[in-house]
Design a protein around this ligand. Structure first.
Ligand SMILES: [Zn+2]
Length: 277
């Protein structure tokens, strides 16, 4: 089992603090302070979705994808029978491909819709089995069960096992990286998110997503749990056509994560020799 360097360092802090107290009891306030500070940083690393302290985490596409002028539109928390079909039509209308981080239990309730996402050329990836609010508090076995169950369900539904995982709400714990590695998954967060589960004005969501829009961006929207506009429309449906136009106007091309990110094993090589394709 490979642990991220920061997690290894944290374990060392605990061991050193324990040894200090054992051999020199008066040092206990210092030892306790060191452990507390370490936990603060570990928690911060988990609560900040784009951090890499707890292991590798894609927050942008690599240089080769940037050279191809690619951006990745990622759409979370579906499939939703009311919203997802309209999202698929909007993407089709501009011949755009996206990545859907689906909740596997929802995918199992709507198997035909989940297959339709893949059939139209989009990528279906793992966003956990139940999207539990307590996800980041799960132990190693709980994490393995939640992510592994989703992996099995989605492989069964779509016919190909996901390569990527996104944590519910982006929240993680130091225990996540080893579980993902064992399941052959890579963690993906985002470059920018529109907060479209809470923000009701499409213009504000669009402005956030397009703030500094550039090749290699990973953008986050939601078909599940979508906020509604004052007119009752899911925000993603109001934002998506304008977002696709802005992407095209900037000379960028929406690609799926499966197409844009190097296959595992090629990743190290791609990082060393960027932008050759
Ligand atoms: Zn989510």
């Amino acid at each position: 089992m490979t642990l991220p360097a920061y997690v290894k360092a944290s374990a060392a802090v605990h061991v050193a603090a324990g040894a200090a107290v054992l051999f020199s009891p008066p040092t206990w306030p210092w030892a306790l302070g060191a452990v507390a500070a370490n936990h603060l940083v570990l928690t911060g690393g988990g609560l900040w979705p784009r951090s890499r302290w707890l292991g590798r985490n894609w927050t942008r596409l690599p240089a080769a994808a940037a050279a191809r002028r690619e951006v990745a539109i990622t759409i979370d928390d579906g499939p939703d029978p009311e919203v997802t079909p309209a999202v698929l039509d909007l993407l089709d209308a501009q011949a755009a491909r996206a990545t859907f981080f689906v909740i596997a239990s929802a995918a199992a309730r709507h198997p035909a819709l989940c297959r339709e996402i893949a059939r139209r050329g989009h990528s279906v990836q793992n966003h956990s089995d139940r999207h539990s609010r307590a996800f980041s508090l799960l132990g190693p076995r709980g994490l393995a069960r939640e992510i592994g169950a989703a992996q099995a369900r989605l492989a069964d539904l779509v016919g190909v096992a996901p390569r990527f995982f996104r944590a519910p709400a982006g929240l993680r714990s130091p225990l996540l990286a080893p579980v993902l590695e064992r399941l052959g998954l890579e963690l993906v967060s985002w470059t920018r998110r529109g907060y479209d589960t809470v923000r009701r004005e499409p213009a504000g969501v669009l402005a956030r997503l397009c703030d500094g829009l550039a090749a290699s961006d990973i953008l986050l929207l939601h078909d599940g749990n979508a906020a509604r506009t004052d007119a009752g429309q899911p925000v993603v449906l109001a934002v998506l056509p304008a977002l696709l136009e802005r992407i095209a106007a900037a000379g960028l091309r929406p690609a799926t994560l499966a197409d844009a990110l190097p296959v595992r094993g090629d990743a190290a090589a791609a990082a060393l020799a960027p932008a050759t394709r």
